[in-house]
Design a protein around this ligand. Structure first.
Ligand code: COA
Length: 199
């Protein structure tokens, strides 16, 4: 029995195996997959009603809720469903935002980009830099054929970020967000157009 227990003590559930490190280096920001220890930094901006105004969530109320969300994102990375990056301000090492590459299991090989940034960092070109790094990762490393993104029609900042990273407006659709019917603009970038953009 003792021998069995000591052997079992080496057993770890599969979910404990470390996930590979990825680092996307920008001029001012560094992107790496989100980790549970990011909860404190992230809470500071996901609790801000202005930051989540256009997103389908209510402002976070406690760090524990953010930890649970990060656990879910970790699970989604492990299952290959999505890949969420922490956006780190290099100067301070602080997590100031996040980008999320979603729909990775979709059969048509189109993936979707989403993002969020702390309010004190808005308007400095930071998300344009982080979104461009995520876009390049989708085509260079994940070898996908198309990137799609959606922004509320009134979310001018988000729409500008998508335009600035080369995405084209292709249509609109109605969505229900926080019990309100909102018009969303769909943007796309094909691998072909990405190649022209970066070469
Ligand atoms: C949308 C968001 C990511 C923009 O990030 P950002 O780092 O401030 O954007 P950038 O500084 O890279 O700006 C890109 C462009 O948008 C413009 N812009 C940014 N915020 C704007 C705003 N609120 N109103 C009008 N223009 C805005 C900038 O002036 C810039 O355009 P320019 O170069 O032509 O001047 C950020 O405001 C945010 O996190 N918002 C809350 C979450 C959210 O809405 N996420 C997107 C869901 S689809």
């Amino acid at each position: 029995m003792q021998a069995l227990l000591s052997r079992l003590s080496f057993w770890r559930p599969k979910t404990d195996t470390p996930l590979p490190t990825i680092e996307l280096q920008g001029e001012r920001v560094l992107l790496r997959p989100v980790e549970l220890r990011d909860a404190e930094d992230m809470f500071a901006f996901v609790a801000d009603p202005k930051v989540v105004h256009f997103l389908p969530w209510q402002p976070a109320r406690e760090v524990r809720g953010v930890q649970a969300f990060l656990e879910q994102q970790r699970g989604r990375r492990r299952s290959g469903e999505s890949l969420a990056f922490a956006v780190i301000w290099k100067e301070t090492g602080k997590v100031i935002g996040s980008t999320d590459i979603m729909q990775l299991l979709a059969r048509d090989k189109h993936v979707e980009l989403g993002y969020i940034l702390a309010q004190e960092c808005w308007g400095k070109g930071i998300m344009t830099e982080a979104a461009a790094l995520s876009r390049d990762y989708v085509f260079q490393e994940l070898k996908r054929v198309k990137l799609v993104a959606f922004a509320d029609q009134e979310n001018i900042g988000s729409r500008r970020v998508l335009e600035k990273i080369g995405m084209q407006e292709v249509g609109t659709e109605w969505r229900t967000v926080k019990e309100l019917t909102r018009l969303y603009v769909r943007y796309e970038l094909t691998r072909e157009d990405w190649e022209k953009l970066v070469h």
